[in-house]
Design a protein around this ligand. Structure first.
Ligand code: B4P
Length: 194
């Protein structure tokens, strides 16, 4: 199984790149952000709980996200050659839970690939998306800056978690979407031993 964590701050291009990567390598694309927004749209108890955190640019509590991810994998991963995790894990506790979950299935994370993008570019991309996405967390500069602050405080340590396992790689995330996608696919091929 090829299990890739696509890593980076909000707006670094994870969602954008995960789509083509998933079809190119027959990987299940799991975006916890998308799953949370779906729950919210359907007004499930989980979605309503998540909404208050997302609106403020905060992370949704670990136990909520881990439970949601675990059932999604259970229901969807059968016909794929692996998984691309987009926006998960976002804390070290989530990374540890993911390792346990995959170990239980006789599998493991193959690599964590980070997209490296500077802060001002992140803010301008998210504000631009906010004009059309309808996402409240993209429309307000303060909320966007808070999401980036939360990334540095709570999510950046996840990189060290994978560095310790010698599974961490990083590529530049600024440039044409196609060029970044090409570089990313090369990394994945190398990880896959192709
Ligand atoms: P997400 O949906 O994961 O939102 P995100 O971090 O902003 O990443 P996204 O994938 O949307 O951005 P992308 O880089 O693709 O999470 C939303 C919220 O849900 C979180 O803030 C949190 O509250 C909650 N949440 C989600 N997962 C969680 C977890 N595991 N634990 C706890 N809480 C969780 O793209 C951004 C924009 O840049 C796009 O408009 C794109 O078109 C553009 N772009 C991409 N590449 C570009 C390039 N090369 N050049 C120019 N623009 C580019």
């Amino acid at each position: 199984m090829l299990n890739i964590v696509l890593f980076g701050p909000p707006g670094s291009g994870k969602g954008t790149q995960a789509v083509s990567l998933s079809s190119g390598f027959n990987l299940l694309h799991v975006s916890t952000g998308d799953l949370l927004r779906k729950e919210r749209k359907e007004e499930t108890p989980l979605g309503l709980e998540a909404e208050s955190f997302i609106k403020q640019g905060l992370l949704v509590p670990d136990e909520v996200v881990i439970g949601m991810l675990s059932s999604h994998l259970e229901e969807n991963s059968e016909e794929f050659d692996g998984v691309i995790f987009d926006g998960f894990p976002r804390t070290v506790a989530q990374a540890e839970a993911l390792d346990k979950l995959l170990e239980f299935k006789g599998s493991s994370i193959s690599a964590c690939i980070a997209l490296d993008v500077e802060e001002e570019e992140l803010v301008s991309r998210l504000l631009e998306r906010g004009k059309t996405s309808g996402r409240a967390d993209d429309a307000d500069t303060d909320v966007i800056r808070n999401r980036i602050k939360v990334y540095h405080e709570e999510t950046a340590p996840v990189a060290d978690f994978y560095k310790e396992q010698e599974k961490f790689r990083s590529i530049p995330g600024i440039g044409l979407v196609e060029d970044i996608g090409f570089a990313l696919a090369n990394e994945v091929r190398a990880i896959n031993g192709e």
